[in-house]
Design a protein around this ligand. Structure first.
Ligand code: ZN
Ligand code: ZN
Ligand code: ZN
Length: 371
């Protein structure tokens, strides 16, 4: 278990968020339950119709408004000491309680997952305010990880690697994708995950759908199977993909496509360095696959950030010109998807260091053979 985050960690994060808001010409941030609130306060309530909201603004003490009946829970949050807490009771207008803490004509960044009824409540209480989603306004708010966050992501990656090692010895042929997916989920939990986010088992032609979850198809000898799985361990995400073959003699094209994707993954990893634009990672991977003749079958971005959630900024995609910064963590997951036939994807989580990329997944990239 890693060291718990302390009041000072949350104070520093909120101070950084306030500075980032000012730099983005925002009056502040309105943060509702979800990963941003967890990040800034350590408080993770269930998001309900009763308003819970944190207002962070430059030069002001952060205010966390909670329903009074949930205040005891909020006060137990790791970052509770870092905020001024306010509460409201049923029948009261919660927006009126928060309004004096806000700039009546300010523009605010608001959590992506804020309920529409809450955003509308703010707009009605403070008609002069305006709002931008936090991903649009401050996409890099949680992107650069602190050392204690990196340790958690490394541990989640190691647990996903143990899961992969173990899944190689379960039977594939004659069982459904759903059964293998259940094995993956059980193994993630066994290796310390508290939450399983996805268990993709794409066998044979189903592998050509990158987000095919797992269905009733019975896996056959001779199938190529895409295994993409991850979730949260100690609050931080894992996400890895390997492609396996059921049998020992893969068709020539399966081996060729797999080698190509492997080279693309390695080339993109080798390109990771501080200052390199995110889109460059995508370009490098795509160039390898295009040169190999399969460019039109690489149908998604090369990667996504990971942290308190399994998909978040920064995105490794054409048009994302922001530079890589040490401490950023993201996936590198090129793939080739041949409709009606098979798919191949190889995915590692990588962090940026001063010296280049460092993988949080370390299992072999070679096509593995399963039974
Ligand atoms: Zn995905
Ligand atoms: Zn994945
Ligand atoms: Zn991914």
């Amino acid at each position: 278990m890693s060291e718990p985050f302390m009041t000072a960690d949350f104070q520093a994060r909120m101070a950084r968020a306030a500075t980032a808001a000012a730099d983005a010409e925002l009056a502040g941030l309105v943060v509702t339950p979800g990963p941003d609130l967890t990040y800034l306060t350590g408080y993770l309530p269930v998001n309900t119709e009763r308003l819970t909201a944190l207002v962070v603004a430059p030069g002001a003490e952060p205010v966390l408004l909670v329903p009074k009946l949930e205040r005891p829970d909020a006060e137990r949050a790791a970052g509770a000491e870092a905020v001024r807490m306010a509460d409201w009771v049923d029948g009261q207008d919660p927006f009126a309680v928060l309004a004096p803490s806000m700039d009546p004509v300010g523009r605010y960044g608001i959590s992506d997952n804020a309920w529409a009824m809450h955003l509308l409540g703010f707009q009605e209480a403070l008609p002069g305010t305006s709002y931008a989603s936090l991903t649009a306004a401050l996409p890099m708010l949680r992107a650069v990880k602190e050392p204690d966050e990196l340790a958690r992501l490394a541990a989640a990656g190691a647990a996903a690697d143990l899961t992969y090692g173990a899944i190689l010895s379960v039977p594939f042929a004659g069982r459904t994708e759903r059964e293998v997916a259940a094995d993956l989920a059980a193994l993630l939990i066994e290796h310390g995950h508290s939450q399983v986010d996805f268990t993709v088992v794409g066998s044979g032609p189903n592998g050509a759908n990158p987000h095919h979850e797992a269905g009733d198809r019975v896996i056959q000898r001779g199938d190529t199977v895409v295994l993409d799985f991850g979730g949260l361990k100690d609050g931080y995400g894992s996400d890895t993909t390997r492609t396996v073959f059921v049998g020992i003699e893969p068709p020539k094209e399966v081996q060729e496509v797999h080698d190509l994707v492997r080279r693309a993954q390695q080339a993109a990893f080798d390109a990771v360095a501080p200052g390199v634009a995110c889109q460059e990672i995508d370009r490098v991977a795509r160039a390898v696959i295009t040169e190999g003749g399969y460019g039109e079958y690489f149908i998604h971005r090369t990667g996504h950030g990971i942290g308190l959630t399994t998909h978040e900024p920064p995105y490794m995609i054409e048009g994302e010109t922001r530079p890589l910064v040490p401490g950023m963590c993201f996936s590198i997951e090129p793939g080739v998807y041949l409709p009606g036939r098979f798919g191949v994807r190889i995915e590692d989580i990588v962090t940026v260091t001063e010296d280049g990329g460092l993988r949080f997944n370390g299992t072999p990239h070679e096509l593995a053979f399963v039974n």
